[in-house]
Design a protein around this ligand. Sequence first.
Ligand SMILES: C[S@@+](CC[C@H](N)C(=O)[O-])C[C@H]1O[C@@H](n2cnc3c(N)ncnc32)[C@H](O)[C@@H]1O
Length: 265
Amino acid sequence: MTQDGVQPLRIDTSRPHPARIYDYLLGGTENYEADRRAADELAAAAPEVRIGVRANRAFLHRAVRYVVGHGIRQVLDIGAGLPTAPNVHEVAQESAPEVRVAYVDNDPIVAARGSALLSRSGTTSITLGDVRDPRSVLEHPGVREVIDFGRPVALCLVAVLHFVTDAERPARILAALRHALPAGSFLVLSHATGDFADRSAAQAVYSKATAGLHLRSRAQIERFFDGFEPVEPGLTQVPFWRPDAPPPPRSGEIGFYGGVARKTG
Ligand SMILES: C[S@@+](CC[C@H](N)C(=O)[O-])C[C@H]1O[C@@H](n2cnc3c(N)ncnc32)[C@H](O)[C@@H]1O
């Protein structure tokens, strides 16, 4: 315990963790030997993965600009990842400085590093939480202090649900989160897929990590949007969702689908 009675965060650096593998692939420095080895194996198995993670991140930025452009002033970003410039609140606040962002992640290192980003004004928070327990995420004081569920929210589940197994019932998770969102809210979601290439070698790398990689088909991922109205162009490979620049090379091989949808009723 620390002096203020808070349990210190325990960070296991011996096993690769999705947040730190992703950070390394994005060129970040918040990673350890085990993460770097796993990421290098991943890049050897799927050479376009470095382009893929950047394209996924760029999708997140475009989607955040889109929802802010459509009136959203609160973002709940679950599976937020390590701080990576620009972060979601920085992108959102470029056009609307009053946007409030609650970040949630189940990696203690994300919570530890992310707390450095917190604004004193209470407009951003970072919470250690697990998407597989949506109720505790929704009720967490760290989320409640930033998000008012009486007003529209953009829920970001970007590159996180592929760490949830079918047995953990992702549709149940989506239903609980959707239920908490008022009409006018948005879902921003991306997910890894094996639709464009055999990804069994990548899955083998994640089998040694703290969470396995559960690839899903387009049809399976589309079901996560049940109860929402898709925004044009619907679910696409991430570089093709409302691009603002020419798609990167090998875009057709990128194994991430992404889409945005609105809760209308
Ligand atoms: C690939 S990163 C994506 C980061 C960010 N959303 C993005 O797309 O740039 C996946 C993140 O999800 C987090 N994560 C994995 N399983 C999770 C869970 N069950 N609950 C919450 N976060 C989780 C990881 O710690 C990691 O930070």
